[in-house]
Design a protein around this ligand. Structure first.
Ligand code: F1P
Length: 357
């Protein structure tokens, strides 16, 4: 991959490989400052939590909402910021809104926060990696992670760091000591797995270029499947889709062919049921890539490519780590197609819209 030497994609690959160290920095500062504990006390009402974002930040909201329900037992859902602006009647109160925006400048996210704070008078929690941003000025509460900010257009370490910090807030709220203890070890464990994952994805992209990329996941891993799909679209301009794993049987499997790579982001809770889909799709002739914590014999048998994370952390803490293979797949497929993953076609780092007023 000579292009790397020429600096093409240099920001993106550096930011992907810096994820474990960035997680450690963010989680340690949250622990040291007690910021999440304080927030949990201030946001004490037991109501529905609604996670809001655009693009990658919406897929982050999907993974955060399902993790929230799992870790706290509270109602939680995810919606794109545009839905609040265009269909406000679908936004039923009472709820605790959480607006997610890497830049803190995205027009839809800032306008949604303004509508929540100024029109509906709801104290809103925002999370961002930008400093001194419009979203920070609008929201009553704001978690800021400058350590996770990025030069690249696509979100990688910002996505995983904001997800882990929101999950930590959920674990504090749900009194999940096991999660909080194990998550402190996640960065170090993932740092030791990264080079193996890197090699697996490099050899996969070297050996194949596919006409179609499908990502499948259940529970909190569905948001990860969505984000992996977006990474391949953004960085390699390839045709990519994502579904809940068992939903793939209900029609979409019609597209399976040797030109299709189907990536399974496997949960532990649903491993047997999800592995049965994997075996079925393998038998239909699709190329399969499995990402899981520990592979069963069925998964080993039916996957052409396999990443085993072997993390001690509980299932709810693994979605962030599970998106890294998809980030690398988008990156190396883009390089192979002669594209620059740092400057995806048609994209800007922040989507700023002319004010609707
Ligand atoms: C995020 C986002 C990215 C997308 C592109 C434009 O905005 O939509 O997901 O890849 O970079 O911006 P935000 O999180 O900064 O609001």
């Amino acid at each position: 991959m000579a292009e790397l030497n020429a600096g093409i994609g240099a920001h993106t690959i550096a930011e992907i490989l810096s994820e474990p160290a960035t997680w450690a920095a963010c989680l340690q500062r949250m622990e040291k400052t007690g910021e999440l504990k304080r927030l949990n006390e201030e946001l004490s009402r037991t109501i529905e939590w609604v996670f809001i974002g655009c693009g990658s930040s919406f897929y982050l909201a999907q993974a955060a909402a399902t993790s929230w329900a799992i870790l706290t037992g509270e109602k939680a859902r995810a919606i794109p910021a545009s839905e609040i602006l265009l269909f406000p009647q679908t936004f039923v109160l009472p709820c605790q809104p959480v607006v997610i925006s890497r830049s803190g400048h995205t027009s839809e996210a800032v306008e949604a926060a303004e509508y929540l704070e100024k029109t509906l008078k709801i104290p809103t929690l925002a999370i961002t990696c930008g400093t001194d941003t419009p979203i920070q000025k609008v929201a009553t509460h704001c978690i800021v992670l400058p350590e996770a900010d990025e030069k690249s257009t696509v979100m990688t370490r910002s996505f995983t760091s904001m997800l882990l910090v929101l999950q930590s807030l959920a674990a504090i709220r749900g009194k999940r000591r096991d999660f909080l203890d194990k998550i402190t070890k996640l960065p170090e464990q993932m740092a030791s797995r990264l080079s193996g994952i890197h090699e697996t994805v490099k050899s996969l992209t070297k050996a194949h270029t596919f006409a179609d990329y499908v990502f499948l996941g259940q529970g909190p891993f569905f948001g990860i499947a969505q984000e992996s799909m977006l990474k391949v679209k953004e960085m390699s301009c390839s045709y990519a889709q994502s579904f809940h794993t068992l939903e793939f049987r209900h029609g979409p499997k019609a597209i399976v062919s040797p030109e299709t790579l189907i990536t399974f982001i496997l949960s532990e809770s649903g491993l047997n049921a999800e592995a049965a889909v994997l075996e079925e799709i393998k038998a239909l002739g699709g190329k399969t890539f499995a990402i899981c914590n520990v592979a069963s014999a069925a998964v080993r048998r039916a996957s052409d490519y396999l990443v085993e994370l072997s993390l001690e952390a509980p299932e709810a803490a693994r979605p962030a780590a599970s998106v890294i293979p998809g980030q690398l797949l988008g990156f190396y497929t883009g390089l192979k197609k002669g594209l620059n993953p740092d400057e995806p076609r048609n994209l800007s780092r922040v989507v700023m819209l002319q004010s609707s007023e």
